[in-house]
Design a protein around this ligand. Structure first.
Ligand SMILES: Cc1cc2nc3c(=O)[nH]c(=O)nc-3n(C[C@H](O)[C@H](O)[C@H](O)COP(=O)(O)O)c2cc1C
Length: 189
């Protein structure tokens, strides 16, 4: 049976990160993506990419309706290897930090925490307010991995696509997933 990764997409800027992560996961033969996205993500996708939501859905093994709180990923008995939310809005950060699971994306994150599975957030906002920082700190303290999409200048990447792949590679490394084009510091020296 393939390993399951829940991929949540929310309404922060950074839709190209989501697209590239789904592309990278298509290379992984022993993994399947369980996709859930918010209305906010659809809006940011439209303003940041020519890719449409149907193309993203085609890259996932299963796509869920964010309103469907009875979906499999809403239950801890449905086994997954964890969840990544990329990009992750401050609203979604707040919902997870407070346990306010009003949609499936938030519920799946809540379940991931309660089952002590790996949850990786790729939060995007600038500047970060004390509210954002407090929520992120709390989540970090309970074991959630916080990976803001920072630029890895040290790789000397010369395109936005290459920088994006660095962020995606770093995120998927959290699950032991190796992606093409990802450069580790000093590897191969
Ligand atoms: C074009 C656009 C860009 C946005 N960028 C961000 C962002 O970078 N970070 C953020 O926290 N919210 C951002 N927002 C606001 C969120 O989309 C908004 O708070 C939304 O309610 C988030 O809901 P969701 O987390 O359920 O997707 C943006 C909104 C729009 C329309």
């Amino acid at each position: 049976m393939k390993k399951r990764l829940i991929v949540g997409l929310s309404g922060a800027s950074g839709a190209p990160l989501a697209i590239d992560l789904l592309r990278a996961m298509e290379e992984q033969e022993d993994w399947e993506v369980h996709l859930v996205y918010s209305d906010g993500f659809v809006r940011s996708l439209a303003s940041e990419s020519a890719v449409d939501v149907d193309q993203l859905r085609a890259m996932a093994a299963v796509t869920y309706d964010n309103r469907d709180l009875g979906a499999s990923i809403a239950s801890g008995t449905y086994v997954t290897q964890g969840m990544i939310i990329i990009p992750c809005s401050m609203k979604t950060v707040a919902g997870i930090a407070s346990g306010y699971s009003e949609n499936l994306l938030l519920r799946a994150a809540d379940v991931t925490i309660k089952e002590q599975r790996k949850l990786v957030l790729v939060p995007r906002e600038s500047p970060l307010s004390p509210i954002h920082l407090k929520n992120l700190l709390w989540l970090s303290q309970i074991g959630v991995r916080i990976l803001p999409p920072v630029l890895g200048y040290y790789t000397n990447a010369d395109t936005i696509e290459a920088l994006t792949r660095q962020v995606v590679g770093r995120c998927l490394q959290e699950f032991g997933i190796q992606v093409s084009g990802f450069q580790r510091w000093r590897e191969g020296e």
